[in-house]
Design a binder for this molecule. Structure first.
Ligand code: ADP
Ligand code: MG
Length: 526
C-alpha cells in the first residue's frame, strides 16, 4: 500500500510541489492508479468526483518527460469542456512547477494564432478540447507523432456520441505504441466496451465501487410545481445561506431566465452556457471562484470535472436527464473530502425520473419540506443578528459612535436599532418581497391607497408586469408603485394616495399582458 507520496519513486521536484500544494497523502485513486500509470500501463480509472483523479494521471505524465526536451509534445489530455482544459492545465503546471515541463491549454474561443505561436515555441503536454485540437491538426500547427501518453479525462462523456468521431480522429494521429489512460467517476458498460477498442490490455482501477456519490454530499429533493421553482430556489438560498451555489438548468434559455430573475431579485448571480463568448465564460468562472458572484447558473457545460473548492451547494433547478449527469453535477460540491449539499427540485411528474437516478446512482435522495415564508424571514433575521454580534465583538463599528449618539438624542435606542435593522434587511423592499413571495405584510400605511385590479396569477401576471404597466400608463416613476399582492384572479396594488385617481383613470380599461383590466379602489383593507 502506498500511504505516502514518497513511496511511489517520483522525483523530488514533484514531491516538493505536492507538499507546497498541501497534499499530505495520496487519495485512494492516486494510491491505486499511480503505480500502474508510472509503469506505463493502460488504465481505466474510476473514482468518485473530487477525489484527485487529475493528479493520479498528472503526476505520472510529468514523470514521463523525456530526458531531452522534444520538438513535439510527448503527452496529450483530452477534456470535454474548455473550462476543464484550463483547470487541468493549471493543476499540471502547479504539480510540474519545478520540472520545466510546459503544459498548454488549447481550446476553442481563444485566439488560434496565439495558440499556434505557443505550439511553435515548443510544448511538452497539450490539454485540449477535441474541436480545437482537430483544427490545429488540420493546420499542422499540432503534431502528435511524439506522443507517448494519452489521457482522456471524463472518458465516458468523451466516448459518447457527441465527441466520439473527433476523439477517434485525434487518436488516429497518435502512434499506436502509446499509453492510454481513461478517467471518470462514471463508466457505463457500453462505453467501457467502446473504450477497450482504443487501448491495449487496460488495468481497470476502480475505487469505492459501491458508492458513486461521495458520502459527504447530503442529497435532498423538494417537490415543487414548475411555476414555483424560482420562488423555491430563492427561499432555499435564503435559509441555507450557502457559500457558493451552482445552479444547473436544462437549457440555455432556462439559464438565461433563472439567472435574470435572480439578478432582478438582488442575488449576485452569473450565468454560463455554450452561447456565451469564451471571454465571458472565463470571466464568470473567475468571478465565481473569487466569490464576486455567489451563484452561478449553468447548463451541463459546468457539470464535468470543475473543481471550485467553496461550492457548498449544487441545486438542480431542473432534474438531470441522465443518472450520470446527476452524479457529475452534484460532484461539483463535496470535493477533496469536504462536505456539500445537493438539492434537486422535482415536479410531481418527475418522480419516476428521480427514482431512476436513485437506482442507477445507487444512492438515496431524501425528501424535505420547503421552508415557509416565516422560516425564511427568521433565517434572514438570525443571519443579521449574528453579523451584528460579530461587528460588535470585532469593534469594527467604532467610527459610528458619534452618529449613533446623535440619533439616540433624538430617538430611543430601541427605535434607532430597529430602524437600522429594517434598512439592513432591505427597507421597503422587504415588504415588497414578502408580498410577492406570498404574505406576511400587515398593511395600514396612511399615505398609500390600495387598488384592486382584475388580473391575477391565472393570467400569468407578474409583479414586473403590473409595475411596468402602471408606470407607463399613468406616467409615474416605477418606484412609486408600492406593495403588490397577486392572487389567482385579481391583485392588490398600493400607490401613493395622491396618485391613486390618476392611476385608476389611466390604467382602468387598459390592456395588461393582453388582457383588459379593471382598476378600482380596494373595498377594505382586508
Ligand atoms: P476529480 O478529477 O477526481 O474530480 P480533482 O483532480 O479535480 O478531482 O481534485 C479535487 C481537488 O482535490 C482538487 O482541488 C485537488 O487539488 C485536490 N487534491 C487532489 N489530490 C489531493 C491530495 N492527495 N490531497 C489533498 N488534496 C488533493
Ligand atoms: Mg477530474
Amino acid at each position: 500500500m502506498y500511504t505516502s507520496f514518497n513511496e511511489f519513486g517520483i522525483s523530488d521536484k514533484v514531491l516538493i510541489a505536492l507538499s507546497e500544494m498541501g497534499f499530505e497523502a495520496p487519495t485512494p485513486i492516486q494510491q491505486a492508479a499511480m503505480p500502474q500509470a508510472l509503469k506505463g500501463k493502460d488504465i481505466i480509472g474510476q473514482a468518485q468526483t473530487g477525489t484527485g483523479k487529475t493528479a493520479a494521471f498528472g503526476i505520472p505524465l510529468l514523470e514521463k518527460r523525456p530526458e531531452m526536451k522534444g520538438k513535439y509534445p510527448y503527452a496529450i489530455v483530452l477534456t470535454p469542456t474548455r473550462e476543464l482544459a484550463v483547470q487541468v492545465c493549471e493543476e499540471l503546471n502547479k504539480l510540474g512547477a519545478r520540472t520545466g515541463v510546459y503544459t498548454l491549454p488549447v481550446y476553442g474561443g481563444q485566439s488560434i494564432e496565439l495558440q499556434i505561436k505557443s505550439l511553435k515555441r515548443g510544448v511538452d503536454i497539450v490539454v485540449g478540447t477535441p474541436g480545437r485540437l482537430l483544427d490545429h491538426l488540420q493546420r499542422k500547427s499540432l503534431v502528435l507523432k511524439g506522443i507517448t501518453s494519452v489521457v482522456i479525462d471524463e472518458a465516458d462523456e468523451m466516448l459518447n456520441m457527441g465527441f466520439i468521431e473527433d476523439v477517434k480522429k485525434i487518436l488516429g494521429e497518435i502512434p499506436a505504441e502509446r499509453q492510454t489512460m481513461l478517467f471518470s467517476a462514471t463508466m457505463p458498460k457500453e462505453i467501457l466496451n467502446i473504450a477497450k477498442n482504443y487501448m491495449g490490455k487496460p488495468v481497470h482501477v476502480k475505487v469505492d465501487a459501491g458508492e458513486m456519490v461521495a458520502a459527504k454530499i447530503k442529497q435532498v429533493f423538494y417537490e415543487v410545481r414548475e411555476e414555483d421553482k424560482v420562488n423555491a430556489l430563492t427561499r432555499l438560498m435564503d435559509v441555507e445561506g450557502p457559500a457558493l451555489t451552482l445552479v444547473f438548468c436544462h437549457t440555455k434559455k432556462e439559464v438565461d431566465e433563472v439567472s435574470g430573475k435572480l439578478q432582478q431579485m438582488g442575488y449576485p448571480a452569473g450565468a454560463i452556457h455554450g452561447d456565451f463568448t469564451q471571454n465571458h465564460r472565463n470571466e464568470m468562472m473567475r468571478k465565481f471562484k473569487n466569490g464576486d458572484i455567489d451563484v452561478l447558473v449553468a447548463t451541463d457545460v459546468a457539470a464535468r470535472g470543475l473543481d471550485i473548492p467553496d461550492v457548498s451547494h449544487v441545486i438542480n433547478f431542473s432534474i438531470p436527464q441522465y443518472p450520470e449527469a446527476y452524479i457529475h453535477r452534484i460532484g461539483r460540491t463535496g470535493r477533496a473530502g469536504k462536505s456539500g449539499i445537493a438539492i434537486t427540485l422535482v415536479t410531481p411528474r418527475q418522480y419516476g425520473q428521480l427514482r431512476l437516478i436513485e437506482r442507477s446512482a445507487k444512492t438515496r435522495i431524501t425528501k424535505e419540506k420547503l421552508p415557509t415564508q416565516a422560516e425564511v424571514k427568521k433565517a434572514r433575521e438570525n443571519d443579521l443578528a449574528e453579523s451584528i454580534g460579530e461587528v460588535i465583538t470585532g469593534g469594527r463599528h467604532a467610527a459610528f459612535y458619534q452618529m449613533a449618539n446623535a440619533l439616540i438624542e433624538k430617538h430611543s435606542a430601541e427605535d434607532v436599532a430597529a430602524a437600522a435593522v429594517y434598512m439592513m434587511l432591505g427597507g421597503e423592499k422587504i415588504e415588497e418581497i414578502e408580498e410577492v413571495r406570498g404574505g406576511g405584510y400587515e398593511g395600514g400605511k396612511k399615505d398609500v391607497t390600495r387598488l384592486f385590479m382584475t388580473v391575477g396569477r391565472k393570467d400569468k401576471i407578474r409583479v414586473e408586469d403590473i409595475v411596468r404597466s402602471i408606470a407607463a400608463e399613468a406616467n409615474i416613476p416605477a418606484r412609486k408603485v408600492g406593495n403588490i399582492s397577486i392572487y389567482d384572479t385579481f391583485s392588490f396594488v398600493e400607490v401613493p394616495a395622491d396618485l391613486a385617481d390618476r392611476v385608476i383613470h389611466a390604467v382602468n380599461d387598459s390592456i395588461v399582458k393582453g388582457r383588459k383590466v379593471k382598476v378600482s379602489h380596494a373595498k377594505s383593507k382586508r
